[in-house]
Ligand binder design. Structure first.
Ligand SMILES: C[S@@+](CC[C@H](N)C(=O)[O-])C[C@H]1O[C@@H](n2cnc3c(N)ncnc32)[C@H](O)[C@@H]1O
Length: 314
């Protein structure tokens, strides 16, 4: 039963001094009245996503800057104080906050376990070691850009597989370059397509050694491209290969390095115009590619951005 027009449930027994189970019931009822808040409230959606784009949490933030929302919350708290008393209202607010925090934490855990499961699945399937995260030490990387590097974490191979299947290219004509290849999950996934050549560029020699070992472990029967090279280099120093390219970036570095890589690709393109396709997963610095006028964005998406010079048939 609801108080007429208030949206707050009525209770026959007062909450102050009630038993634990009554209190829990009341908390649940009040929570359900407040969470999710009615459509009339202005709300902001916060969506956390996995690499594959699956939503893992859709939280509704009440901390909306739009006028009226805070006012409405304060009104509700005031009404609850009148109905239930200050102490019970305070307890209920704490219960609601606790419930929201525990939902948030449990969804973070579930995101982590989705990633761990995926790591395990890929490694068990192919008998390789590409899982986990690695933060390379400054002393083990080549070049001055350690500060702009993002830690190693393998890409979602299903998503890369799908993107490589969907792009309109004859793989045989293209060289696949993974900037920031880490333990090599991206290049191993690409090796299942008949690329002319595959190159992984990684500035940590430790990760390169693991990647080379993984290339050996990956079954030959699954490889449609056997010309795989793993180069230890800073991405900005790596000379852009001739011929049509598929460039893969899975969130490898921050803006200053990305800007220089885009500049290198642009220079190479202007010297030798050809088809260059860029697959940028988790495109944090998509704007840098968007500004590069020689590229057209072909599939705008939150998780995967694809750019294409669209020159040449290949
Ligand atoms: C998120 S991981 C990507 C892993 C791999 N591409 C994949 O899909 O499995 C980013 C990688 O970029 C590497 N990296 C960061 N900055 C780099 C740079 N300036 N030059 C070369 N590699 C870099 C890191 O060491 C890390 O291994």
């Amino acid at each position: 039963m609801y108080f007429h027009g208030s949206g707050i449930p009525s209770h026959s027994a007062p909450l102050v001094g009630c038993s634990a189970s009554n209190f829990a019931d009341s908390a649940r009822t009040l929570c359900s009245a407040w969470w999710p808040p009615p459509e009339s409230l202005c709300r902001r959606r916060v969506v956390l996503q996995t690499e594959s784009g699956r939503d893992i949490l859709t939280a509704l933030s009440l901390y909306n800057t739009r006028k009226g929302t805070m006012h409405s919350i304060v009104n509700r708290i005031q009404r609850a104080c009148v109905i239930y008393g200050m102490v019970a209202t305070f307890r209920l607010c704490v219960a609601i906050a606790f419930q929201s925090i525990s939902r948030f934490v449990s969804s973070l855990w579930s995101a982590r376990s989705i990633t761990e499961n995926h790591d395990l699945e890929f490694d068990l399937k192919w008998g390789v070691d590409t899982g986990g995260t690695v933060v390379p030490e400054k002393s083990e990387v080549i070049g001055p850009n350690w500060i702009y590097g993002i830690k190693y974490q393998g890409c979602n191979s299903d998503d890369l597989d799908q993107a490589l299947t969907e792009i309109d290219t004859q793989h045989e004509c293209f060289t696949f370059v993974d900037f920031g290849s880490g333990k090599g999950r991206g290049i191993l996934t690409a090796s299942r397509f008949p690329f002319r050549k595959i190159i992984g560029v990684e500035y940590s020699e430790r990760l390169n050694e693991i990647a080379r070992h993984n290339v050996l472990l990956f079954p030959d029967s699954a490889k449609k491209c056997k010309d795989i090279e793993v180069v230890c280099a800073d991405a900005i120093r790596f000379p852009i290969p001739e011929g049509p390219l598929v460039i893969f970036l899975f969130c490898p570095f921050l803006r200053p390095v990305m800007t220089q890589v885009v500049q290198n690709v642009s220079t190479s393109f202007h010297q030798n115009p050809r088809r260059i396709v860029v697959l940028y997963f988790n495109p944090l610095f998509a704007d840098v590619w968007k500004k590069a006028i020689f590229m057209k964005e072909t599939r705008p998406s939150k998780n995967v951005a694809i750019y294409d010079t669209q020159i040449g048939v290949a």
